[in-house]
Ligand binder design. Structure first.
Ligand code: ADP
Length: 389
């Protein structure tokens, strides 16, 4: 490796989020070094300077961060004690362990939101089935740690569903985590307020978006959220900016919210890294979430988060169940049909339900953007037959 011309950032975890950090890193001339969980994973295909290692092993984290100015993450699974050890060794850990715990542990997050008076669903930590009954139905029970994409979340309509809570407790016990009960929110839709915050305290807030989740997995994002009342949009952004400051977040913070049918916003959860609901920013905003994340990690001035077009639609490409997916094979048709479409693939093999890429379509007409992005994502996933063309 040549001598660094700019500070080097270590990235822990080789998924698509790390992969997509590589693009602005290249443009800005910022060298990245990756700790990948296995050879050939998504980010290891594009970040030349990488090693395979285990993010739960301190020696692996120390090896990868030697000579780096800062360390950041593709996921939230690095143990807190390791983050503290890295900090003690003098490397800037961004986000730091005291902030990150709020994205790692839903119990800690709920307690902090209550302390700060931020609106969220009624909730309580529960230790047995009787406590779930006492909490009341309908409710949602969740593991406090380790859940993602809907894993670790159970919905209970009535006491007839208590066997689901029993499953939740068994999962929690097996993993040494706790169970949080929450009221089942009857929401109009899910929103996401995305901000980036630098250690100096500068904050950039992207427009609030609407996200559609199916089976706990993000499918589609519309930026900005259509017909969102301005006071609610401002409130959502203010919640995200305030949380970023109060919790000491450095880098991107995604605040997932429920918009209720009676016109309130409630915080569902926090993520402290670039987030699926921010992928639209790659093509639809002046500065993408990946670029501002890197700028924030190095405490550089942040780029403008303004939208480039009235509407941007992001649709995820998910592996289908029938194995008919056509990723690269889908390029000739997708590119010929829509030269304005932006395609992002992650270098991942298709598996049912796995996120393997996304498309962004932006323009003046929301219906047109929706139609183009949905068509392309369905085409890549193999959900459209040749005859439908
Ligand atoms: P994960 O860590 O898997 O993202 P979440 O806590 O975000 O878990 O829950 C996944 C999905 O479950 C949410 O996107 C939402 O659709 C639904 N959900 C979670 N909590 C509630 C709740 N209190 N009321 C209604 N739906 C919920």
């Amino acid at each position: 490796m040549p001598d660094d011309l700019a500070p080097r950032i270590a990235v822990i975890g080789g998924g698509q989020l790390a992969r997509m950090m590589a693009e602005p890193a290249a443009a800005l001339g910022i060298p990245l070094r990756l700790l990948a969980e296995a050879a050939g994973v998504s980010a290891a295909q594009v970040i030349v300077d990488h090693e395979v290692g285990d993010h739960t092993v301190l020696a692996d984290l120390e090896r990868i961060t030697v000579g780096c100015a800062a360390v950041t993450f593709d996921h939230e699974h690095v143990p807190t004690e390791h983050l503290r050890a890295l900090e003690a060794s003098g490397i800037a850990v961004r986000p730091g362990p005291d902030a990150l715990v709020h994205a790692q542990d839903k119990g800690v997050m709920r307690a902090a939101l209550a302390r700060l008076g931020v609106p969220c669903p009624r909730n309580a930590l529960v230790t047995d089935l009787a406590a779930v009954e006492a909490f009341g139905f309908p409710c949602v029970v969740k593991t406090t740690r380790g859940g993602y994409d809907g894993r670790g979340v159970w919905f209970l309509r009535s006491s007839a569903d208590l066997d689901r809570a029993a499953e939740a407790f068994a999962t929690a016990e097996a993993n040494g985590v706790e169970i949080l009960a929450e009221e089942l929110v009857d929401f109009r839709r899910e929103l996401s307020a995305l901000v980036a915050r630098s250690p100096s305290g500068q904050v950039a807030a992207w427009p609030v978006v609407a996200s559609e989740q199916r089976d706990g997995v993000c499918r589609e994002v519309i930026a900005p959220a259509p017909d969102l009342a301005e006071p609610l949009a401002i409130q959502a952004q203010q919640i995200a900016m305030r949380l970023a400051g109060e919790l000491g977040v450095t880098g991107v913070l995604a605040v997932e919210l429920f918009e209720t049918n009676d016109g309130r916003v409630l915080v569902n959860e926090l993520a402290m890294r670039p987030h699926n609901t921010g992928h639209w920013t790659q093509d639809g905003a002046i500065t993408s979430q990946f670029e501002n994340h890197l700028r924030a990690v190095l405490d550089l001035p942040l780029g403008a988060p303004d939208a480039r077009a009235p509407w941007t639609v992001m649709v995820n490409i998910l592996g289908g169940s029938d194995g008919t997916a056509r990723l690269y094979d889908g390029y000739p048709h997708a590119m010929a049909r829509d030269p304005r479409l932006r395609v992002h693939l992650y270098g991942k093999a298709m598996r049912p339900g796995r996120k393997v890429g996304h498309v962004n379509a932006y323009g003046d007409d929301l219906d047109d953007c929706l139609m183009r992005a949905r068509h392309a994502a369905a085409w890549f996933a193999g959900d459209l037959g040749e005859e439908s063309e």
